[in-house]
Design a protein around this ligand. Structure first.
Ligand code: AMP
Length: 194
């Protein structure tokens, strides 16, 4: 199964993707984590991406489509994957559909995690406090505002793209983590049954 976890920054996509990976063995494909790994490794890709990410802007479609395509061809994706933070634009979603179609596959399910802005800001402030400000240089209240604006402008319209394909299940991301996990699990099981 190929699954997209969809939602604004701080919605809990990463947390839930990790649970799905643990419970179902589908690898988490997070472009944000791949880009942070490239920055940590000091690669050309990392150097080119850091300033863009620190501003809260999007890295170019070509770059993220390229890294996802490479990652998806690894053997652990044989049964599918959980896409986390990708796609973030319509061209990325179209490229993903084309990439999967070439391999005789498709996106089966898009889980939308719905969370109010106010709660997103509280969550990211909490994440900053807990990490002592060390783990993510784009986790600042200012960058979060930029990332939210980018989300509403570039990414939120994607929901219509997937609704049009009849693939979206919406989950209340403000419920406790275990409840969100349970609802996502139910949506995956329902999809797997038919
Ligand atoms: P994330 O960890 O998903 O919040 O991503 C962190 C940052 O990485 C984003 O704010 C973007 O700058 C960049 N990024 C991650 N995924 C994408 C994507 N699919 N398209 C463009 N930029 C991305």
């Amino acid at each position: 199964m190929n699954l997209v976890l969809f939602g604004p920054p701080g919605a809990g996509k990463g947390t839930q993707a990790k649970v799905i990976t643990e419970q179902r063995g589908l690898p988490q494909l997070s472009t944000g984590e791949m880009l942070r790994a490239a920055i940590a490794a000091g690669t050309e890709l990392g150097k080119a991406s850091k300033a863009i990410m620190d501003r809260g802007d999007l890295v170019s479609d070509d770059i993220v489509v390229g890294i996802i395509g490479e990652r998806y061809d690894q053997p652990d994706c044989a049964k599918g994957a959980v896409f986390d933070g990708f796609p973030r634009t319509i061209p990325q979603a179209e490229a993903l559909d084309a990439m999967l179609a070439k391999r005789g596959r498709k996106i089966d399910l898009v889980i939308e995690l719905k969370v109010d802005d106010k709660i997103l800001i509280d969550r990211v402030e909490q994440r900053i406090k807990e990490s002592g400000g060390t783990t993510r240089s784009d986790d600042t209240p200012e960058t979060l505002k930029a990332r939210l604006a980018v989300y509403y402008k570039n990414t939120a319209p994607l929901l219509e793209y997937y609704k049009h394909q009849g693939k979206v299940v919406t989950v209340d991301g403000m419920k406790p983590i275990v409840e969100v996990t349970r609802q996502i699990g139910a949506a995956i099981d329902a999809k797997a049954r038919h």
